[in-house]
Design a protein around this ligand. Sequence first.
Ligand code: SF4
Length: 418
Amino acid sequence: MTQERRQTRTITLGDDRTGRVTIGGDAPVSVQSMTSCYTHEIDTCLAEIEKLAAAGVDVVRVAVPERKDTEALVEIMKVTPVPIVADVHFHYKRALEAVAAGIHKIRLNPGNIKDREQVNQVIDACKEAGIPIRIGVNEGSIIERRDKQKRQSELGAYFEGHRSGHLLAIMIAKLEEYLEIFEARDFHDVAISAKSMDARLVIDAYTEISRRFDYPLHLGVTHAGTRETGSIRSIAALGTLLANGIGDTLRISYASDPVYEVEDGVELLCSLDMRERKGIELIACPTCGRIQVDLFTLVEDVKKTLETEIELPIKVAVMGCIVNGPGEAEGADVAVFAGDRRGIIYVQGEKVANVPEAEIQERLLAECRAFEERVRAGEASLGQKVVDIVPPDPIGDLGSGVEKIRAGMVEKITVEGE
Ligand code: SF4
């Protein structure tokens, strides 16, 4: 159940050429990622930005540790297909140079720029140019690192009290301190992030911040690891927050190709019904002892081909058998049910083929392509007819429970938003 979205101020970034992305308020939750190459290698950087854009990213962040990186921004800003954020650490001049290069947003941790006057210069430059700033109080950037003893005692206090203790308090205190700097200069074009590698702390931190501040929130689990573990940590934290109405933009971060970050961020939003799906939605059974074909290979191959060929959000089901498959594939436009080394293919509830295992993939793909053509020609609509096969009775003598509901024996359930 998704709770009502928490209302925040908004920030907007982009220009006429890239289009503008609004973060916060009622704006759709956006997906961000970060390039993994050197920004000064302009062609490589632009190729990566374009790859991320093709995967569905809304905003891309680039690191600008050196002067040559901010110089490269001048060229990158001329052709980037999506709004760009400059990630600035330590050198306030990189922020000023990025603003001069026409950057759309700055990411800054005021704590790692020593001189307050330098921070003020960045704030004033952004204010004049109408550029928002994301302030980070990420775990990694606010905990004492030089004094190991102090750090140990800080972290020790956190782990002793566990979850929502000391570290969360440091994050909130730092955030208040940082925001005072911005608000003192009447600058409110701000988004906030409070990332950690600990999914539970991320949930606690953003929940607490959303209670205290009305700035838009950039969600993320940082240093989440490889895609395998990182996706679980990220989805656990970000899914929980989004379902609670918290979060206005997100980055899923992996020690891997950033395209995966975008793919998984987009899928998370589609799964929560927060973004309209583009391209196919694949339903596949996990398989069990009833399986009689090589379903894993079939699903992988079908997915790869359909992702590149099909643009419409056709729901495709690949099911291992006729026992539970029909129930699980309900709502699919195109479905295959395997059994006895054969595949029975349905298109919007109509059985169209019964083919041997070796021919399943080719026939299924052909049916998907033909169905997309019919939808484009106005001869069929997505989700119009559902798979409706009568499987063996899965309920038996116990009945479906409808009688109990009718008799008022089941407490009424209200689903918010429906
Ligand atoms: S659809 Fe059939 S094969 Fe697949 S998991 Fe369900 S029961 Fe098992």
